[in-house]
Design a protein. Sequence first.
Length: 321
Amino acid sequence: MQAVVHERYGSPEVLQVREIPTPIPKPGEILIRIRATSVTAAEAMMRQGKPWFGRLVLGLTRPKRKVLGLELAGEVVGLGDGARGFKIGDRVFGFTGFQCGGYAQYICVPDTASIIAMPVNASYEEAAALVDGPTTALFFLRKAGIKAGDRVLVYGASGSIGTASVQLATSFGAEVTAVCSAPNHALAQSLGAYRVIDYRSEDFTREKDAYDIIFDTVGKLSFAKCRGSLRKPGCYLVTVMSVEAIAATLWTAFGAGKKAIFAMSINKLAELREIKELVERGKHRAVIDRVYPLAAMRDAHAYVDTGRKRGNVVVTVGHDG
C-alpha cells in the first residue's frame, strides 16, 4: 500500500510517499481502507519534533512513528478474530490516537478505538475534517463547564479548532467573541460569532472581567496575559502543549479562583458521537479550506506551516479499482 513516511524531523520535505506492507488485522482489530485524512497544526509539530519534550513520546532523535496521521475517514474492509461493533462495508471516521498511521491507504485499529460510523450526510472529506477540531473543542468547552449565557472568547477563530469552537459555543447558548484576522471576519460571523475582533488592530486583554472562558486555540497567549480579562471563576483554555501551559494548569488546579486548563483528548468516542449527532441534525458543519491528494502531502504540510489555513486541510487517499 502507499503511505507517507518520514524518517527524520524537519520541514515538509522529510515526507515521502512509499510502498509499505498492507497491515493484517490482529484479534480484536478492524482493517480500514482510508479515503481521507487531514493535516493539523499538531501533526505539523509532530513532523518537526516539537515541542522538544514531546520527543519523549515521539522519539528522541528520530520519529518512532514513521507514518503520521491522526484523523481518518474510510470503510471497514477487514475484521480480526473477535472484533465486534463493526461489519465489512461500514463507513467510519475517527481518531487513531498515539498510534498515528492515517497517512496511508489502510490502517488496523482496535475495535475499541475512537472510531464510529460516519454521519449519514457527510462525505469522506467532510468526515475527516470533523475529527480533530470539533472533538478537541468540545472536550475543552466541557472541561470549562460552558453554559448558556456565558461570554466566550475564541482566539484563532478561523482555524480547525477555532471554527469548531465558535459553532459549539454558540450551540451551547454562549455569546461568542471571535478573534482572527480581518479577511476571516465573515467566516466567523457565518459560524455564529456575536462579535469579531481583528487581533492586528485591537487588544482584547485591555478588557477587564469581560469573559467567562477564553479559548486559546493556537497557543499564542498565556494565562498571565488573559487573567485580567476573565470573570471569576473564569477559565483560560489552551490546546498547545508548553511548559508554561502545564505549569499554569497545575498552579491553578486547586481553589475556586480563575483557572488555566491544558489537557490532552485521547479517547474521543463521546465527543465523536455528539459531533455526529449535531452534523446529522444540521447544527454543525465541517469547514474545509483546501483538499490535496496523498501524493501532495508535502504541499499540504507547507500550507499548514503558513499558519493561515481557514478551518481544515484535507488529504484524499486514492485507491485503484
